[in-house]
Design a protein around this ligand. Structure first.
Ligand code: NCD
Ligand code: ZN
Length: 374
């Protein structure tokens, strides 16, 4: 397994799959042209707000049935009332005839009142709270300054059974950026996990072997989302041959051993690792800049990218669990009964997307993927 994993680190889709695999066919069947799975959900994304919603919402809703909508707007979505308004703005952009449900998330601060947890639990559209350590990523300035000090909120989430979604990085200036995730686990997450055993925790966009092991070894109420970039890339894809600003995201891409740990969890079909694109658009001039923004806009390419990765590892049969079943089960929502079909038809990811008049360079811009979405 380890050797196989090593082959595809710099995935560029030139290697033909070793054995054609069809979810609904038999091993050894002729190369399948279509792949039908239950409609997937995206358990971590950034829709942004305003005019950008006209790009981001259809891009996701045309493929995914639901999405966990990250609350790091400026100002952030702190309350159930703000989430209700944001949800309306999102719903207004869902294309006619498309069924899509945004699952709203509230942004924790040092001063989130404990009553907000109860309000969230009583609403039917807020599905989680997100812990951003202050300063960890885009629009996190009003995040939590000490994740060890909001235990009253964790207690309330545990009591009301509202999941805690974690951006698991410390932000101390003296901690190396590549160690931020591991230090967060050591310093905070192990304690939170053991103090609140009935709290559902999602370790968002896991990037390290320590993060993967944390989830593997923790109880059944512990899961992780996996992004296309952390599955397909390592830090060489960010830095070798020149800085690649469109591969810059947070948590930052790590070294290859970490990538392989993430890959293995997904190839294993581990049910507590599921799809979360972390699709996070920034205008081109904000990425290609002296101080560039973190985030990859992957909404359109994500499902073909995950399929391509799994096929290259002879594990295409793991796509449906990862994309369509495990997250729904963890969030205790019904699995979708309708389907999406991927086609084996080369698809060129656009070099640039016009998002409300702003050019956005998508993840894998200009590359050809072997799978497309019709
Ligand atoms: C996200 C964004 O731009 O909002 N950026 C990113 O690199 N992933 C924030 C986040 O999820 O960390
Ligand atoms: Zn994110």
């Amino acid at each position: 397994m380890f050797l196989v994993l090593c082959l595809d680190t710099n995935l560029r889709y030139t290697t033909p799959p070793k054995r054609p695999t069809n979810l609904h066919g038999k091993e050894g069947d002729a190369m399948t042209d279509t792949l039908t799975i239950a409609r997937p959900d995206d358990w971590h994304l950034h829709f942004r707000d305003g005019d950008l919603l006209a790009e981001t919402v259809p891009a996701t809703a045309n493929v995914f049935g639901r999405a966990i909508v990250m609350p790091n707007l400026n100002p952030p979505v702190n309350t159930v009332a703000q989430a209700a308004e944001y949800r309306e703005r999102i719903m207004a952009q869902v294309p006619a005839g498309v069924s899509f449900e945004p699952l709203m998330v509230l942004y924790l601060t040092d001063s989130t009142p404990v009553e907000e947890v109860e309000r969230a639990a009583n609403s039917d559209f807020v599905h989680a709270f997100k812990l951003y350590p202050a300063g960890a990523t885009t629009n996190s300035a009003s995040g939590v300054t000490d994740p060890g000090r909001i235990t009253h909120l964790y207690e309330a989430m545990e009591k009301h059974d509202v999941p805690l979604l974690v951006h698991g990085e410390v932000t101390d200036a003296d901690i190396d950026i590549f160690d931020r995730e591991k230090v967060f686990i050591d310093r905070y997450l192990n304690t939170i996990r053991s103090q609140f055993p009935a709290l559902r925790i999602v370790f968002e966009h896991v990037t390290t072997s320590e993060g993967v092991n944390f989830v593997r070894e923790a109880n059944a109420l512990t899961a992780a989302t996996v992004t296309p970039q952390h599955l397909l890339m390592n830090r060489n894809d960010l830095l070798v041959g020149g800085v690649r600003p469109h591969n810059y995201c947070l948590p930052i891409l790590k070294r290859r051993q970490h990538q392989e740990a993430i890959q293995k969890a997904v190839i294993d079909g581990h049910s507590r690792f599921f799809l979360g694109t972390d699709s996070a658009p920034h205008a081109r001039n904000k990425k290609e800049a002296a101080c560039g923004c973190a985030g990859c806009y992957s909404a359109r390419a994500a499902l073909p990218l995950y399929a391509t990765f799994l096929e290259q590892h002879n594990a295409l049969d793991k796509l449906e669990g990862f994309a369509s079943h495990f997250g729904a089960d963890f969030y205790r929502l019904p699995r979708h009964t309708d389907t999406v079909t991927l086609q084996r038809k080369p698809w060129d990811v656009p070099a640039v997307i016009d998002a409300a008049g702003e050019p956005v360079v998508p993840f894998f811009a200009g590359e050809q993927l072997p799978w497309s979405l019709g």
